[in-house]
Design a binder for this molecule. Structure first.
Ligand SMILES: Nc1ncnc2c1ncn2[C@@H]1O[C@H](COP(=O)(O)OP(=O)(O)OP(=O)(O)O)[C@@H](O)[C@H]1O
Length: 696
């Protein structure tokens, strides 16, 4: 993949070819001579770490911001065709693909910047996906392997199978072995480039009818996975050899500007948030960070087994040839991930700690760039900041990212190191300090779990996925393209962000509060002040101080302690309480099941004599019991019994049984029901039905 910087993700730019109108406007003047973008290639003879580094300078006079420069691994100018990009960036990786490596190619950029053109191509020029298929087919045939292709869409955290309109939603989950499963994603066998070009999303076939259901087009990420598979033989199951993902990312849009297409602010910020999540992962990989935030978005979660480890990623940042503020923002964000690779290269062997580990948030709003001369240094010293979406940002919606990050003032350790490194280099080079990185919106860390880098897909996955029929060819139809479907019902996982109507179960509470803790530096930095520390899967180091709610295990332990201490303290009360009714009430309060109560809240226990409080306490206990019984049922019921439940049909029941074969107790908390494709609303609905049936 081009010159090696030691980075796991290579960041390149591509300046889109001019349209006829643009060509007329510029009257055939080469873009390199335009005031808007200029590209400075590195000195090939230079014997430094920066070999291969390309500087893109943008003339921002129109915004009175002056000129801004960004470093990327490579920049392909207008006269460079997709085939050359393929030869230089992807072709060198193909042997690895046959050796078990996974590759991911992202096309990223603002609207109309050539993303789809780059990935998918047109009938005149092949895109990177078709060129890859063309290149791997001979070897695939030679080695007796097969190619299967999946096409999907990620919209509002929902993954939709675009090759099968019957079961469009794909479940993304981690199985008992920690492997990412894409349950319900179809695969189509491809024998030739022609077949690949003829694949068209099933969704398209129903476009007309679906338009009546989905009212307006939406922006989404479109992905195509090309798997190389060793076919099933008498002695072995089908085995995944390697796969290459092509992701045509949704356009980046400045959420502060009104969308010309009438997209809501929340939709724009949601998309930008998922784009930031991709960059955060690439940044973390390039910076060799201990924690890679795969869980920040559905897309990165899906691609977890293709990013990191021995796998390679390529980000093609598409740029508009004519002035576009979003182009400035996208290239600055992309350059940041690229810088991380150089940091790691300059500081080998050191892996920076993640924001979560050091307990700091990552403010990510940059300021307009200050004017810099293009000749200052090969390095433009910048503030390098991993971005992440916070739990609170999730709750508030992406629109609050900007506001929130403006408020945050803590500094990331890796950022400090990054700045220091750059400063050192710059000072040693020419003693100059440069500008700061332009605007990047983000927030604090959300995930509470350290995530391993790689999770290779297994034959089991290949075997479990259905192969659908090849879609009928349609003339002049691209191999895959963005569906114009709009979802009818609220996205199940999207509701994670906004829907607060779910049952306030202890697990939920813990989850939310843990996230808050992740955003609270003190929880990590001052363990000595903690009452005590707990460790569990979801929460590696959680302090039980007053700002955080403990996990369930701790609550139970604490409850038990409370009960013991209450027994002691109320023994004396019982002696005092001569009246038998008070006595029995006290006994009830102590020994009846109820929600956990903190030690320092004991004064509340003395006040729970109100019938309403009593009722609520007991109701909460009953609700917990109901949930426990429900999960127990799911973990043990027969298929027929499962099918008797609301929301569980033949497929889900079969799937539950499959899950139980892998793990005896797949459902430990209500959230686990999302693994079978249920949304929070659906889960709540199911429970309400169960509760209602008790009184029927
Ligand atoms: N390198 C190129 N050379 C010539 N034409 C190009 C090039 N890249 C893109 N185009 C043309 O520019 C237009 C926009 O390209 P494309 O649809 O790929 O952009 P996009 O970023 O995917 O747009 P969006 O995501 O906003 O729909 C198309 O007409 C496409 O054919």
């Amino acid at each position: 993949m081009g010159p090696n910087t030691g980075a796991k993700a290579r960041i390149v730019a591509r300046i889109r070819g001019q349209s006829k109108k643009e060509a007329e406007f510029f009257d055939g003047v080469s873009m390199s001579k335009q005031p808007w973008i200029s590209v400075q290639k590195p000195d090939e003879k230079s014997n430094s770490n920066l070999v291969g580094r390309v500087k893109i300078s943008l003339e921002l006079e129109k915004t009175t911001s002056g000129k801004q420069s960004y470093d990327v691994d490579e920049c392909y100018e207008q006269d460079v065709g997709t085939e050359e990009i393929f030869s230089r960036e992807i072709k060198p990786l193909i042997p690895g693909l046959f050796g078990g490596q996974n590759i991911t190619v992202f096309a990223y950029g603002p609207r109309n910047s050539g993303k789809t053109y780059t990935i998918q191509g047109t009938h005149k020029e092949f895109g990177l996906a078709a060129l890859t298929i063309d290149s791997i087919l001979p070897r695939v045939e030679e080695e007796g392997k097969v190619i299967t292709v999946s096409v999907f869409e990620v919209h509002q955290d929902r993954v939709i199978d675009l090759l099968d309109s019957k079961k469009p939603e794909v479940s993304v989950f981690e199985d008992g072995q920690g492997k990412i499963r894409l349950k319900g994603l179809s695969k189509v066998k491809v024998n030739s480039l022609c077949e690949f070009q003829k694949i068209r999303p099933a969704a398209n076939a129903h476009k007309a009818s679906q338009k009546t259901i989905f009212e307006r087009p939406h922006r989404s990420h479109i992905g195509c996975i090309v798997h190389i598979v060793s076919p099933q033989t008498e002695n072995s199951n089908a085995q995944l050899v390697g796969k290459i993902n092509f992701i045509d990312l949704a356009s980046y849009e400045d959420s502060r500007r009104k969308s010309s297409d009438g997209f809501s602010l929340s939709e724009t910020t949601r998309i930008n948030k998922s784009l930031f999540a991709v960059h955060n992962v690439l940044y973390a990989l390039n910076a060799n960070e201990a924690r890679v935030p795969y869980r920040e978005s559905k897309l990165t979660r899906m691609l977890q087994d293709s990013l990191g480890g021995v796998n390679r990623a390529l980000m093609v940042t598409c740029m508009n040839p004519s002035f576009c503020p979003e182009t400035v923002q996208t290239i600055s964000i992309a350059s940041r991930s690229c810088q991380a690779g150089f940091l790691a290269c300059l500081d080998p062997g050191k892996s920076s700690r993640s924001a979560t580990e050091i307990g700091m948030s990552s403010p990510q709003v940059s300021k307009p760039a200050s004017k810099v001369g293009t000749k200052t240094s090969m390095f433009s010293p910048r503030v390098i900041k991993p971005m992440s979406a916070s739990a609170s940002a999730k709750k508030q919606g992406g629109g609050s990212l900007l506001r929130m990050t403006l408020k945050k003032s803590s500094i990331l350790a890796s950022e400090v190191r990054g700045r220091k490194l750059f400063d050192e280099v710059n000072q040693s080079k020419n003693g100059q300090l440069g500008n700061t990185l332009p605007e990047v919106a983000s927030a604090v860390e959300s995930s509470t779990q350290n995530e391993d880098e790689t999770c290779p897909e297994t034959a089991a996955i290949v075997g479990s996925l259905t192969e659908t029929e090849l879609m009928l060819p349609q003339e002049n139809e691209p191999a895959f393209e963005s569906s114009s479907l709009e979802e009818e019902t609220p996205a199940p996982n999207a509701s994670d962000d906004t829907d607060s109507s779910h049952l306030p179960l202890p697990e939920d509470v813990v989850q939310v509060e843990n996230n808050d803790v992740a955003a609270t530096p003190s929880a990590y930095q001052t363990p000595k002040t903690c009452n005590f520390l707990l460790e569990d899967k979801e929460n590696k180091c959680l302090s039980l101080n007053n700002t955080a709610s403990p996990p369930l295990s701790a609550r139970i332990r604490e409850l038990s302690n409370n009960l013991k201490s209450l027994c002691v303290s109320t023994e004396s009360s019982l002696k005092i309480a001569q009246d038998s009714s008070i006595r029995s009430q006290l006994i009830n309060e102590i020994f009846e099941p109820k929600t956990p109560v903190r030690v320092d809240d004991t004064h509340e226990i003395a006040n729970i004599a109100s019938p309403w409080e009593n009722f609520q306490m007991r109701g909460s206990g009953m609700k917990d019991s109901l949930v426990r019984e429900y999960l127990k049922f799911l973990n043990s019921a027969s298929k027929e019994e499962l099918k008797g439940l609301k929301g569980i049909g033949e497929k889900r029941a079969t799937y539950i049984l499959e899950m139980r074969q892998e793990s005896p107790e797949p459902f430990k908390k209500l959230e686990d029901l999302k693994d079978i494709g249920l949304s929070e609303k659906q889960i709540n609905g199911m429970l309400k039905k169960v509760a209602g049936d008790l009184f029927a």
